[in-house]
Design a protein. Sequence first.
Length: 339
Amino acid sequence: MIIVLKRNATKEKIEELKGQLMQQGVAVNTWVGQHETVLGLIGDTTAIDIDYIGAQDIVESVKRVQEPYKKANRKFHPSNTVITLPSGEKIGDGELVLMAGPCSVESKEQIIEVAIRIKKAGAKFLRGGAFKPRTSPYSFQGLHEDGIELLLAAKKETGLPIVTEIMSKEDIHLFKDVDIIQVGARNMQNFELLKELGKLEKPILLKRGLANTIEEFLMSAEYILAGGNEQVILCERGIRTFETYTRNTMDISAVPILKKLSHLPIIVDPSHAAGIPWLVEPLAMAGVATGADGIMIEVHNNPKKALSDGAQSLTPDQFDEIAKRIFKAKKAFDSCKKN
Ligand code: PEP
Ligand code: MN
């Protein structure tokens, strides 16, 4: 962090500020120029409040030169994080994983039928919402605890590990048999929830918020990591822009940027980004080509009758076709990427 001081800063005030900073565990280098004095902080500045420093009357400007996230930062953890589930599945080891399933768990027949079909197509994880964050309070809110039971029944039937969304920290006890807990876009900055998830020893799939920057996204991951849970998977699912053709705008550059900045695996969710079934395949391909570790796709046995997100869901037949092409694309991508 670099702090440029005002010309009228007195020696006493400068010493007072330096003292405060050193108390926070950083070393302070002072450069006295002809016209101004500059302080350079050395060490871990993640806990230093940049706004507080900027508000001091002797401070002209302040700039971070180090990212505010540490545990999510590739600089301090150069090798890729590989998440290994107790059942052996891996995320981030170079193989592309497909996660698929309905937006909402609706019935035993539905979830088991979808699970069998997506497994056949090569998916390694079954997704399905039991707690649904809906814009309208009058829309289907999910089957809650019963939905998790149905996912577990589908897991028993197929062996597929399950991914499902948590909305409140009060529900954590219901997720003890869930393999991967999803934090949805709307809860990306539910910091109290993130702190609680940081105490678990379970992978967390953290979706990017609707209007959050890459840095904010990584700071949310940092909350979980800082609590001691190192199993965080990032998910780019599209952000809000002025474009109305698609439900969201897939920020495809976020994938290589996140790979550069962080060691955490990243999944791309083209279903929520597009909102339109025919766009799912090209966006999934873009995910593969930009280095995603996995793709999450909504699949419903009868999209027209789905209780949520039917408009963007693929049928099992469509998923079967697309999955084949996605795996082919991954092979082609691996054969031409530079190492
Ligand atoms: C979902 O996965 O069904 C979901 C609600 O996703 P998002 O949080 O990305 O909108
Ligand atoms: Mn959905």
